[in-house]
Design a protein around this ligand. Structure first.
Ligand code: PGA
Length: 260
């Protein structure tokens, strides 16, 4: 695991954006795994700004999102389809026919999950997966006790996750109870991943992910098994780590180590 700690969230966001742009500029038709959530908003803002400056193109990219709520249509205000259009897709040169999210309004969620996983495989696999982390250690919607080898499937959301996402829905009972999510196994199969976490509310989950045991109790800890995982943090999200001096020594201010 590469642990990069920045003084503030702005620098962490810039670093995560730089990782994604480096992949796209090296391989314009890269397959990108995308994430949603509050943490990702400034990251997408930055990517849009860099696109407007002519520093990156999404014209040939293929994207797969991690997850979507079951039971709501793509044009629902709270769907991740809507989120992605609002924050990224409508503002860059991406070809919408190459952007994929699970369909929350599908007839048969189990079939949709299997087809989604197969589509990722048929696209050649994900070159770079973006990830956030929940306060309970989830990645995607893989809640604690998720199988660490599962592929895309239906997951029941925890009440905490539903509370955390309440802002996107008018009434609490409107918040979906189930989601389709890429599994930890799907995420471990990606060629590289960048997890972005900012703010002190994530500090405990980040410490469990990086320095705790590999455990389904903290699904993000499975990233310790990923061959190329980069964890991008601001100092607040890094606050509960104990080996901070070492991380700064290896990657001072987030810089690449000379051995890379
Ligand atoms: P957040 O969500 O960025 O809104 O905190 C992250 C997640 O739940 O993965």
């Amino acid at each position: 695991m590469k642990v990069l700690i920045y003084d503030d969230a702005e620098q962490a966001v810039a670093s995560a954006a730089d990782h994604l742009i480096a992949v796209l500029n090296a391989k314009p038709d890269a397959v990108l795994g995308l994430a949603t959530g509050g943490t990702m908003l400034p990251l997408y803002q930055r990517l849009v700004a860099l696109y407007q400056e002519g520093l990156v193109s999404f014209g040939k990219a293929v994207t797969f999102n991690l997850d979507e709520y079951i039971g709501i249509s793509p044009d629902h205000a709270g769907s991740y389809h809507t989120y992605m259009r609002n924050v990224l897709f409508d503002h860059v040169d991406i070809d919408l026919s190459r952007t994929y999210l699970p369909r929350g309004d599908c007839e048969d969620a189990a079939t949709e999950a299997a087809e989604y996983e197969a589509l990722i495989g048929a696209s050649g696999g994900i070159d770079l997966q973006l990830l956030g982390i929940g306060q309970n250690g989830h990645i995607g919607f893989n809640e604690p006790t998720s199988s660490l080898s599962a592929l895309t499937r239906i997951k029941t959301l925890t009440q905490d996750t539903r509370n955390a996402n309440a802002r996107y829905f008018e009434h609490f009972e409107d918040i979906p109870k189930y989601a389709l999510t890429m599994g930890i196994g799907s995420i471990l199969a990606t060629r590289s991943c960048v997890l972005l976490a900012t703010g002190v509310a994530k500090a405990q989950a980040v410490a469990a992910m990086v320095e705790g045991p590999v455990s389904a109790a903290c699904p993000a800890s499975a990233l310790q098994l990923h061959p190329k995982a980069t964890i991008v943090l601001d100092k607040d999200a890094a606050a509960e780590l104990t080996l901070t001096d070492y991380y700064h020594h290896v990657h001072p201010k987030g810089a690449e180590s000379v051995w890379n």
